[in-house]
Design a binder for this molecule. Sequence first.
Ligand SMILES: [Zn+2]
Length: 477
Amino acid sequence: MSHAASGSLLIRDAELLSGARADVHVLNGRIERIAAHLTVHDGETVIEARGRALCVGLHDHHLHLMAHAASLESLPCGSPVIGCVTGFADLLRMRVRLENPAAPGWIRGIGYHEGVGGPIDRRWLDAVAPQVPVRIQHRSGRLWILNTCALRRLGVEEDERGTPLERIDGRLTGRLYDGDDWLRTRLAGTYPSLARTSEALARVGVTGVTDAGPRNGRGEFAHFVAERRDGRLQQDVLVMGNGELDGLPDARGVKVGPTKLYLRDADLPPFESFCDAIARSHAAGRPVAIHCVTRAELFFAAAALQQAGPLPGDRIEHASVTPPEAVPLLRELRVSVVTQPHFILERGDRYLEEVEPDDQPWLYRGRGLAAAGIPLAAGSDAPYGELSPWLAMSAATQRRTREGAILGADEALTPAEALALFCSPAHAPGGAPRRVEVGAPGDLCLLDRPWEAALGDLAAVGVEATIKEGRVIWRRP
Ligand SMILES: [Zn+2]
């Protein structure tokens, strides 16, 4: 029998999580056989694991693919290295040369401030980069500066009124203050390539993600489908988003996920209308994912879920503050919690200064939720958090801030529990972890060390190879 043609892969002598060492054969995208010794077939890809740990491909349960891609493609314009206005102009010209002159993409700069090149405007940008649409964000986040090419790309007419663009003596200066919503509308339909984000995910062993964008609608969904189809996106995506996604058919590797509902303490919606939003999503067969970062948001969400009635797959995103009295509510509702344990590392020192002392023991909980039987999963929240799941796992076991303070010592998970945060299926975050077993999809990652060493220091783990449906999508050079 020949396996040569159809993506046949043999991983030899891998250590499974059980401690057993075995050969694992993947055929037609699925794990076909696991045995002590398997024969190599002609033309088959072989990976020699030499006793290193073989793990299921990880699933990041909460991130923002397009924001991450945009952040990778953004030009940092506040760097002290630039220093002066000619340095900034050179940097822009260098960046312009990377664009295809026939079909230039956007150049998006971030972090600009007057110390770099003074109060630049449309005319300044036109002199430096006339051919390519450029938008530069001021580090305050409140101001964009656009060149003429950018204004044209956004469909702005010189005499168009009613835009938030600044005019001086009737002429557009290219400056846009507090115009993010307007900009977003005008940019609709232009989405970044996901290739570099996908590669960054593959490098850390991720084979599936849940995109948590609250604004995801049909356009975003179509972009994910196209990127996945054309191979720029190698991971499967479960797409959260708005009501536009109701009833959309799943595509290969891209599926409609929960309705994302956003809560903001300072501006909570009327309770009844929030319950209606949950009921509407459930009626469309979609669970809800409710963004909750404060105590009040969590109780509001729990009460609304109680009123509307929960649906399997409902989830709380972040649950940043989960006081003890919220735990029985969540358990009763059978909602999953999707947490970001690495925020303890990345932001913990700030939390110690800024978060109410009463709330501090209940930040990004692990043990307290797991012990109550609440399904617990994790996501990077990239680009707002570090992309690597291994850092998040480590943080879940250590609970240590960058400065070395311990936050919520009682909430530490065991290394195996921390690993499981990224191993549950997309549709059931915190459910039973997927396993390397016959019949399972060939979504795998081979670590650079055996299990005992990996679980002993999760932050140090490197990934040798990442495999999606039996195809190697990343291999350590
Ligand atoms: Zn998020």
